[in-house]
Design a protein around this ligand. Structure first.
Ligand code: SF4
Length: 425
């Protein structure tokens, strides 16, 4: 059963009389467990929908609709699949006390991997999950491999019962499932020869593995520093060399780059970012792989159609990592719009200075940086720093932040998305 949380006006759902609180029980006699069931079972033009209305009445609807027309309901979030691992570098262990309860849940969910590209380790799959992935062709999946050597992988995951990843992937691949993979590089454990082996085995696995990214492990002030450490510049350079060697082979043999280093890996290595065309389809851009080149490309394509900004002053809030790379993104944006962009790279006071990503900035840091800035017409905030409920990591609401600073605020993913309408004069 899945509960309806919103009904879009003038939708099929509204016409049927579905309302907030309606329970969606089954489609064509198959019980509904979560959003994936809903999406798969209602994909046809015609189906039987069995619901229970908030008052307790059960109704069956015989639905026929034009293919592709959405039903128009929002569903309650799926119950999160808990993680079976205890990685030393787990972000949850790196959280300070006192944040929202939901942030302390370790999730590892193949459904979110399929739907949103979240990385999953596949170590908590039950037989019925395996069957569902195969039956519903949940592909591609985003998989945290870390190491193909089972012993090293179990060590990294702190999970002695984690199944060997290659046979697990093989079983899915035989049914047409494909994978984007990642290695979170923990120095002294899965870098060097272990990384070389992992990249080699995933590459030779065959075309079901679409690519592999290498991301340096990221720790906060609260992480278990006695068990894990961040890589040095030389260790990152070593990883870049392995990635680029593998990509060179892949481009020669398969015509794709296949192996990618995260922007952060290049940054820490002190090596210039590679050009945009090495990222194939930017499949792992949400994982920080090719983000800067992707932004530049978005701006190149979209900045010509942004009139009305000449002479405006725009603050761009980001973390300290992107602070080093952002000038090369903002310079062409300034030229195209005539606005003057000021970069505001903020040190994260919630997690500590070592956490440099914009998505983890707390609202209080933005407030402190923007409160006295009457000279700015607009501030662009990293869209990924705010969740669907409009909350920053520290629980501050974005609307309350907006009420406490003197300029207009806009959340943005690629700048272009927030600049279609100029700010009021
Ligand atoms: S897989 Fe590891 S890093 Fe991810 S949630 Fe589980 S323990 Fe944390």
């Amino acid at each position: 059963m899945i509960r309806v949380t919103a009904v879009q006006p003038e939708s099929i759902a509204e016409e049927l009389g579905l309302e907030v609180g309606t329970e969606l029980l089954s489609v064509n006699g198959r019980e509904l467990e979560d959003f994936l069931d809903w999406e798969f079972l209602t994909a046809d033009e015609a189906f039987l929908l069995h619901v229970r209305q908030p008052g307790g009445d059960e109704i069956e609807f015989d639905i026929e609709r034009p293919l592709g027309e959405p039903m128009g309901v929002s569903l309650e979030p799926a119950r999160i699949r808990r993680c079976a691992n205890r990685c030393d570098f787990c972000f949850v262990d790196g959280l300070p006390n006192g944040l929202r309860d939901v942030l302390y849940i370790r999730d590892d969910d193949y459904r979110l991997s399929f739907r949103y590209g979240n990385f999953a380790t596949l170590t908590n799959l039950k037989p019925k999950d395996v069957q569902r992935i195969i039956e519903n062709r949940l592909s591609p999946l985003y998989v945290s491999v870390h190491a193909t050597d089972p012993t090293i992988r179990r060590y990294l995951l702190r999970n002695p019962t984690a199944p060997a990843i290659l046979p697990q992937l093989r079983r899915f691949a035989e049914h047409g499932i494909r994978f984007h993979t990642q290695v979170v590089m923990s120095p002294g454990v899965n870098d060097g020869p272990v990384l070389e082996q992992t990249l080699g085995e995933l590459y030779h696995f065959g075309p079901a593995v679409l690519g592999c990214s290498v991301v340096p492990v990221g720790l906060t002030e609260y992480s278990k520093h006695h068990l894990v450490r961040e890589p040095t510049a030389e260790e990152c350079r070593g990883a870049v060399r392995l990635v680029e060697a593998r990509a060179e082979t892949a481009i020669r043999e398969r015509g794709v780059h296949w192996a990618f280093g995260a922007d952060e890996l290049y940054l820490r290595a002190g090596i210039e970012l590679p050009p945009a065309d090495i990222y194939d389809g930017f499949d792992q851009v949400e994982n920080g792989v090719g983000s800067v080149r992707w932004l530049q490309r978005q701006i190149e394509h979209g900045a010509g159609a942004l009139p009305g900004w000449a002479g405006r002053r725009i603050g761009v809030v980001t973390g300290t990592a992107m602070g080093q790379l952002m000038p090369m993104v903002l310079e062409p944006l300034g030229r195209a719009t005539g606005a003057s962009f000021e970069l505001l790279p903020l040190v994260n006071t919630l997690f500590g200075a070592s956490v440099t990503t914009a998505g983890l900035l707390p609202g209080r840091d933005l407030q402190a940086a923007l409160a006295g800035r009457r000279d700015l017409d607009l501030a662009l905030l990293p869209g990924e720093a705010v969740n669907d409920d409009g909350l920053f990591m520290d629980g501050m609401r974005v609307d309350l932040l907006a009420a406490s600073v003197p300029m207009e605020l806009r959340l943005s993913k690629d700048f272009i998305d927030a600049l279609h309408q100029p700010v009021a004069a």
